[in-house]
Design a binder for this molecule. Structure first.
Ligand SMILES: C[N+](C)(C)CCCC(=O)O
Ligand SMILES: O=C(O)CCC(=O)C(=O)O
Ligand SMILES: [Fe+2]
Length: 421
């Protein structure tokens, strides 16, 4: 569904004035009464025609009925005309199918309108705004846990903040309430299960399966699970019992650090974006599933770059963790020293005070962040007598988180909502 706001804007816009073509490139040219124009590929108009023969649209599904196997990509139109006093474009196809395209439907999707294309790209929710310490301290968004649990708008705003800043905080769940992480997880959608279970507990334990469980010490900056080729994209931690002293949470925006290196140390940037590094994680974790203890043995191994770039050269993934880094470099021995220098410089940048966000999770606070973008850690801590610092945590993937944001934009009729079919 389209937001009332968007529909109003488009309705107010203008009427269709004329249609011409298709031309030799099979483009249909449309003009609106306010002078705007649109170039619509004929075959695209057939393929996306908003009619019941072309699409099945029900509350449970939006899907195209046409199959590519049977679809004639050279098909022609018998007749094209502007109908209803400029309200719609009508096309009668050779096959006999009749399509009706409302004026606002065409404006919204106009492939030759740069604004329409720009608006559509926002549907992927990739508006990352990278940050250093100063920026994030000003804009880090904190929401009330209680409001999050009962108000959909808060769920939307919280998750949207995570899309943009890569991190946001929920304050003040009922203290010591086990189950808070599951309840938040249910509000978001689906928790991503890993070899540490659905929900894990961070506390100092015997036979630790991870460095975070091994001592009250601090940890080095890391992303979780560099041992995986597809590590969870988001991580959440909820503080059940905070330490008496220390145990602060630290975050650094890996995308920001990567961009700094690109400018300030191009050789290090080159090595980290071209040389793959291997990570291993061998051991077992005992966790609970449906009230029963479950032992999972694993032998994880993955190889990837610390900084991964997409096809356009934009930084789109950070993965690094010193605890799981392996011994294998798969390069000539004389290159290894420089790989170490690069990892060292990357780490030094992560720790530079201009880059680090540090705060304390109080009992009942929760933080959700982008695990393939931010590196995180905690500093060492001292427990209050008879108490043990304890957090619970879980993971998510972007598809679920972003789906929730889009769904809420639709349900709450927010301005940013976009059409599906
Ligand atoms: C938080 N925990 C222990 C469930 C997983 C940590 C993964 C890592 O150290 O990379
Ligand atoms: O103890 C903490 O605050 C965080 C530990 C950690 O790195 C994790 O749970 O992934
Ligand atoms: Fe971690």
């Amino acid at each position: 569904m389209l937001s009332a706001h968007l529909i109003r804007n488009l309705r107010n816009a203008s009427k269709l004035a004329s249609v011409a073509g298709p031309n030799a490139d099979r483009i249909v040219n449309v003009k609106w009464s306010d002078g705007k124009t649109g170039e619509f590929p004929l075959i695209w108009l057939r393929d996306t025609s908003p009619d019941a023969a072309t699409y099945t649209i029900s509350p449970a599904m939006t899907a195209r009925n046409l199959t590519m196997l049977e679809f004639d990509v050279e098909q022609k139109a018998r007749k094209l005309w502007i109908d209803g006093d400029g309200d719609s474009l009508k096309i009668e196809w050779d096959s006999g199918v009749l399509s009706t395209f409302p004026s606002e439907w065409l404006q919204m999707r106009n492939p030759s309108d740069q604004e329409a294309r720009k608006r559509r790209r926002k549907v992927y929710l990739f508006p990352e705004e990278t940050w250093g310490k100063e920026e994030i301290e000003k804009k880090l968004k904190r929401f009330s846990h209680e409001e999050f649990m009962k108000n959909d708008r808060v769920v939307h705003d919280f998750l949207e903040a995570v899309c943009i800043d890569g991190i946001a905080v929920l304050k003040g769940a009922p203290q010591g309430a086990r189950g808070a992480i599951e309840a938040i997880g249910d509000r978001i959608g689906m928790i991503k299960r890993t070899h540490f279970g659905i929900v894990f507990e961070v506390s100092t334990k015997a036979d630790a399966s991870n460095m975070a469980y091994a001592s009250n010490g601090g940890l080095p900056f890391h992303t979780d699970f560099p041992s995986l080729s597809h590590p969870p994209q988001l991580q959440m931690l909820h503080m059940l019992q905070s330490a008496e002293e220390g145990g602060n949470s630290l975050f650094v925006d890996g995308f920001h650090v990567a961009e700094q290196l690109r400018v300030e140390n191009p050789e290090v940037f080159r090595i980290l974006t071209t040389h793959s590094m291997e990570y291993i994680e061998e051991g077992y974790d005992i966790h609970e599933i449906n009230g029963k203890e479950f032992r999972f043995d694993y032998d994880m191994c993955a190889r990837h770059k610390v900084i991964r770039l997409n096809d356009e050269g934009k930084v789109n993934k950070i993965q690094f963790g010193n605890a799981m880094r392996s011994w294998f470099y798969d390069c000539e021995p004389n290159q290894v020293q420089n790989v170490y220098r690069a990892m060292k410089t990357f780490t030094d940048h992560c720790y530079q005070p201009r880059n680090v966000l540090k705060f304390r999770l109080e009992d009942g606070d929760t933080v959700l962040w982008a695990n393939q973008r931010l590196l995180h850690t905690r500093d060492g801590f001292k427990n209050a007598p008879g108490k043990s610092r304890t957090l619970t945590g879980c993971y998510f993937d972007w598809d679920i988180v972003k789906s929730r944001v889009r769904h809420l934009r639709d349900k709450l009729e927010l301005e940013q909502n976009q059409p599906s079919a």
